[in-house]
Ligand binder design. Structure first.
Ligand code: NG1
Ligand code: ZN
Length: 537
């Protein structure tokens, strides 16, 4: 049997830690790095099968645990267009990783090849990268062993942000075609972004210095590298990179980064926030972005994924109007149940755009956004992007402009479709998008806050339960269908509050449930979250 001996020989070097059941979740396999060596090896086997199944197209693997502490790590698979792994294959990944012995592993590898009509002699290619976690080094070695054992062509891109790896997968698979996504290199990524940024800015002035908190993760060195590609005689972009210490692993995501800012609803203590200055935070693998700012009197103010999403939808909607394409292109916004209700109202009532709600996890949002010609999707935590359909891009490029203003709008839309990462949420690309929009509108962060909407008071709590799998949801996770009666009780408490909304669901990444509540005041939102928590405990 093909590869049987080589897998048997190399899998011995990568023993599973007994007593654990692994599941390919929203973030792939993510856990303490000590448990991941053999998991990563096995994911390598699966990725090579996936590549062979897809006629040798390159599959990506990213080794990262994003905003988790430095001791964790994770491994996830990227499909050929740079999108998340197809859901049916998540199950196969779970099966293969949970093989109980080396023998069973080899057997299942062959069984999967047989079931999915995969020719194990055909070519396969896997490309991979990792974030700055020290454990990444040994995990990619485990991965390489699996790829060598299965005679899979491999490219090790070493340290990358997650969105850079997604870019490289798409660039590799589209090279030499009319849909080419850019040069197949990290440099190609920087060049593409820098060029599109300048074209989208159209000479507009950026409003003051931006301090970028990089969570002491991979975003720091990569952002600094990107800035070298912006020639200072063409754009004055005054960026100060902070929290960019990647040499001390223990400081990764510690008291800084997008997840800290969003969940703690405050600025990182270091560097000490200066009122009126502009700040943004990336997470540990640079796929989430949150802006913030502190007002001398009212204090901290955060611009989360909902605000970035509505800003992007409003700007792109205006450009599409100005380009005379409003009747031709369907623009929509995709959110999850965690989106602040005020943002949903703003988008539907003020921007007059449709909003879809999907279950948590970017793959769901991404998929839903593909229904539109222009689909804007963001999770409230700052992960998101804008997708342009081939039809929309063709319209931007081929509509004959009737006026200089229309031409300008069309050109800016083309530039945005290059600037915005079409594969996955990308903090560096999203940051450049926000800067372009603020420059065009000549808005400070204060303008952005006051010209849009006011968040409804809300509270998100994590609730430890005996068995989170008991909690089953419907209606994009906004209602519980099991345990019986729980939703009726939640409805009863919600009805006691004004302008209130609440829901409970099992986390996909932690062994707990989450309860989210919105109400007319902060106190009521907290009280409602507490009462719903008591229902589900
Ligand atoms: P779970 O643990 O399923 O709530 C969390 C985030 C998601 C998503 C994933 C993957 C919240 C409430 N949930 O999912 O938005 O980003 O992690 O990282 O923020
Ligand atoms: Zn991340």
């Amino acid at each position: 049997m093909e590869h049987a001996d080589s897998i048997r020989a190399s899998t011995k070097e990568h023993n599973m830690v007994p007593g654990h059941v692994y599941r390919y979740g929203t973030a792939g396999f993510r856990m303490s790095a000590d448990l991941l060596d053999a998991v990563t090896y096995r994911v390598g086997l699966l990725a090579s099968l996936r590549s062979r199944k897809l006629s040798g197209r390159a599959i990506g693997i990213m080794i990262t645990a994003s905003h988790n502490p430095a001791v964790d790590n994770g491994v996830k698979i990227v499909d050929p267009q740079g999108e998340m792994l197809e859901q049916d294959w998540e199950k196969l990944a779970t099966q293969l990783v949970n093989s109980r012995s080396d023998g069973e592993l080899v057997e299942l590898y062959h069984q999967l090849a047989k079931d999915h009509k995969i020719d194990l002699k055909s070519p396969a290619k896997v490309i991979y990268g990792r974030d700055t976690r020290p454990s990444g080094h040994t995990l990619v070695a485990a991965l390489a062993d699996a790829l060598v054992a299965t005679k899979t062509e491999l490219v090790d891109y070493k340290i990358l942000t997650t969105p850079q790896l997604h870019y490289l997968v798409r660039a590799t698979n589209t090279a030499g075609t009319p849909l080419s996504y850019g040069k197949i290199s990290e440099v190609g990524y920087y060049e593409k972004l820098a060029d599109a940024f300048l074209r989208a800015l159209r000479g507009k002035k950026i409003n003051g210095r931006l301090l970028v908190d990089c969570a002491n993760g991979v975003g720091g060195p990569k952002l600094k590298e990107f800035l070298k590609y912006l020639s200072s005689d063409r754009v004055a972009f005054d960026v100060t990179v902070v929290n960019d210490d990647v040499l001390r692993p223990e400081v990764l995501n510690l008291d800084c980064g997008a997840d800290f800012v969003k969940t703690r609803q405050k600025a990182p203590p270091s560097p000490k926030p200066v009122p009126g200055k502009r700040y943004c935070s990336l997470d540990g693998d640079a796929d989430r972005l949150i802006y913030y700012w502190t007002h001398p009197e009212t204090g901290f103010f955060m611009f989360d994924g909902d605000r970035i999403s509505s800003l992007a939808a409003s700007f792109i909607g205006d450009l599409v109007n100005g380009a005379g394409l409003r009747d031709d292109l369907r623009i929509g916004v995709v959110q999850t149940a965690y989106a602040n209700g005020a943002s949903t109202n703003y988008i539907t009532q003020h921007l007059k755009l449709p909003v879809l709600c999907t279950p948590t996890g970017v793959k769901h949002l991404h998929h839903a956004a593909q229904q539109f010609d222009i689909g804007v999707y963001f999770e409230a935590n700052g992960h998101g992007t804008v997708l342009f359909s081939p039809y929309a891009i063709k319209a931007f490029k081929e509509t004959p402009p009737q006026s200089p203003a229309q031409k300008e709008n069309l050109d800016t839309l083309v530039a945005l479709s290059d600037l915005i990462n079409q594969t996955v949420g990308d903090a560096i690309s999203d940051m450049l998008l926000v800067e372009v929009i603020l420059a065009h509108k000549n808005w400070s962060l204060q303008d952005w806050a006051t010209m849009t909407y006011t968040d409804l008071p809300n509270r998100l709590v994590r609730v430890e339960v005996d068995d989170k799998d008991e909690f089953q949801t419907t209606d994009a996770e906004r209602r519980l269908c099991y345990p019986e009666g729980a939703q009726r009780d939640i409805d009863d408490v919600v009805a006691k509050y004004k302008n209130a909304r609440a829901f409970a669901r099992a986390s996909g990444t932690e062994n707990a449930c989450r309860v989210y509540a919105e109400a007319a005041t902060r106190i009521e939102a907290a009280e409602l979250a507490e009462r719903v928590s008591r229902i589900i405990i």
